[in-house]
Design a protein around this ligand. Structure first.
Ligand SMILES: [Zn+2]
Length: 301
């Protein structure tokens, strides 16, 4: 009996610290990956990263504003949606592969938004946002979109591709036209949160009554989802837009410019690779990216 207890204790001593170290490593790895994805996604707005004397980690904006990475609070799904930090915002990894079914109920990668970050980039007030809007001719109409951080440019490029695809694939036009709207300063119904349309960074394509989780049953939504053009989704994702069809709270006509979500998914498909540096997956032949990696290493050492 004594021998068994000894063995159990020995096993605990042997395994526990390694597990703890592993969990800590994973947390730090994901934190660095998240911060790098954000830095690459918002190159003109993020200056760097900082670890304060209380060990809290911040994203430092060029304006001087600091945005907390992780508030370390235990939040449920609704709380994360209402008040996400950067870590919550990037916690669920956006799937880049085509959907084969409706996502799980509370799987909504990209639906949580850190407004501190969005405001810094696209405009701190309605007036500021409106100053940043420009007109984009999609070939199917002219729409307002935010010019900051290449958002309008990427929208235009996506439509250039879609237009040429639509010439040979007639089905595509029905998904992209008529457009249901871009800029619209409004709160999301039933919440106090501003819609991403308020920043001119989202577009609703051609509408179907099964497109939104509040309008349709999950079965109806899934039917529409599976019949949706994979080509249209792929083009938008290639231009750093997330698709609301990949949310459990589906919003199938909705595409939103969120480079940090797409870049994280593209670079770090598998969260933590054993025996690889934390930035494995990012093209490191680029000096600018090397500098960003170094900056994160130095700040979080
Ligand atoms: Zn929308």
């Amino acid at each position: 009996m004594k021998k068994n207890i000894f063995l159990v204790l020995a096993a605990i001593l042997f395994f526990t610290p390694r597990y703890l170290v592993k969990a800590e490593d994973d947390y730090n790895t994901v934190m660095k990956q998240d911060l790098l994805a954000i830095m690459i996604a918002y190159p003109e707005h993020v200056a760097g990263v900082e670890k304060a004397s209380n060990e809290k980690v911040y994203l430092v904006m060029k304006s001087g504003k600091r945005i907390l990475y992780d508030d370390k609070r235990n939040k449920n799904f609704e709380e994360k949606l209402n008040n996400p930090d950067l870590q919550d915002m990037l916690e669920q990894k956006y799937p880049l592969e085509p959907v084969t079914k409706l996502m799980d109920k509370n799987f909504d990668p990209g639906r949580a938004r850190v407004y501190e970050l969005i405001r810094e980039v696209y405009g701190t007030s309605r007036q500021q946002v409106e100053k940043n809007l420009m007109m984009v001719n999609t070939g199917y109409g002219v729409f307002q979109f935010n010019k900051q951080n290449n958002a309008a440019q990427e929208l235009r490029s996506a439509f250039t591709e879609l237009r040429s695809m639509a010439q040979t694939n007639k089905k595509i036009s029905a998904f992209i036209a008529p457009c249901s709207g871009t800029y619209n300063y409004r709160v999301i119904a039933g919440t106090g949160r501003l819609s991403p349309h308020s920043f001119g960074t989202a577009i609703d394509l051609s509408r179907d009554k099964r497109d939104y989780w509040k309008w349709a049953t999950p079965e109806e939504g899934e039917k529409r989802l599976l019949s949706y053009s994979k080509e249209v989704v792929e083009v938008f994702e290639n231009h750093n837009f997330v698709w609301g069809g990949k949310w459990g709270h589906f919003d199938i006509l909705h595409f939103e410019y969120r480079p940090e979500i797409i870049l994280k998914a593209r670079y770090f498909r598998n969260n933590v690779e054993v025996d690889k540096p934390w930035y494995y997956g990012v093209a490191t032949d680029n000096t600018d990216i090397q500098n960003k990696i170094q900056l994160i290493e130095n700040a979080l050492r």
